[in-house]
Design a binder for this molecule. Structure first.
Ligand code: KIV
Length: 279
């Protein structure tokens, strides 16, 4: 059965951790889905790890839809959440609803994610009231990077921690079914997780969150520009890929590849007839 908002809520009430990974393409979606990952996030981090942008700001609706469609084609059980890109939900509630609907209707996602707190609470309400589940995102919200002044920890002072907590309550009250907390001190994230009824999903927010999310390219070691402090590498795909392509190159150059098993044969008589006609 397909994971849905109710199953995610039940995970928190049962005390089961909510596991989420970012995903941007069909092949990876199949692997993650078959491995039993319940939540796949088509994050706008694809701007950096897939498209080579410097931040998530340039990512467009069309780029997000393109990747979201590929992911949903590969998924049978997981819930697919799509990030709404910068400035696609801030201008008006009407525009936000229209754009959120595109992810569900055109791309087949089950939910959308929006960055922000009290400032977007009315927008979250509008989208959820119209049948589209919303995941919130607070703390280090990369779409606000120019306002935040850099990728740094959020909620370190008591004033900013209070604001973050109030924003979390606003997101929950607006109807969000889960909340990402990014780069927030662990004690603050733990406090918020205990106070909210919806699950918190942390990234750089400590073990007290109800779940965790990682950017898949960070945990697989395929994104090599930098390794964020919150990431743990479970393998080194960059190294493995590099070795594999070098071996391929050597085998092509030495004639070891392709082998008989990679080639297609032809009836000898047909080939001889072909040669006779061709010459
Ligand atoms: O875009 C993204 O990948 C995200 C996660 C880091 C939560 O928002």
């Amino acid at each position: 059965m397909r994971v849905n908002v109710n199953s995610i809520r039940q995970m928190k009430s049962r005390g089961d951790k909510v596991v989420m990974l970012t995903c941007y393409d069909y092949s990876t979606a199949r692997i993650l889905d078959e491995a039993g990952i319940p939540l796949l996030l088509v994050g706008d981090s694809l701007g950096m790890v897939m498209l080579g942008y410097e931040s998530t700001i340039p990512v467009t609706m069309e780029e997000m839809l393109h990747h979201a469609k590929a992911v949903t084609r590969g998924v049978k059980s997981a819930m697919v959440v799509a990030d709404m890109p910068f400035m696609t939900y801030q201008v008006s509630k009407k525009e936000a609803l229209r754009n959120a609907a595109r992810f569900v209707q055109e791309a087949g996602a089950q939910a959308v994610k929006l960055e922000g707190g009290a400032n977007i609470a009315e927008t979250i309400k509008k989208i959820t009231e119209n049948g589209i589940p919303v995941m919130g995102h607070l703390g280090l919200t990369p779409q606000y990077i120019n306002q935040l002044g850099g990728y740094r920890i959020q909620g370190k002072t008591s004033d900013s921690a209070v604001k973050l907590y109030r924003d979390a309550l606003a997101v929950e009250n607006a109807g969000a079914f889960a909340l990402v907390l990014e780069t927030v001190p662990a004690p603050l994230a733990g406090f918020i997780s205990r106070k909210l009824t919806i699950p918190t999903i942390g990234i750089g927010a400590g073990a007290g969150c109800d779940g965790q999310v990682q950017v898949i390219n960070d945990m697989l070691g395929s994104f090599t520009d930098f390794v964020p402090k919150h990431a743990r590498r479970y393998t080194n795909l960059a190294e493995i890929t590099s070795q594999a392509v070098k071996t391929y190159q050597q085998e092509v150059c030495s004639g070891l590849f392709p082998g008989e098993e990679n080639s297609f044969c032809m009836d000898q008589a047909v080939f001889e007839e072909f040669v006779r006609q061709a010459e």
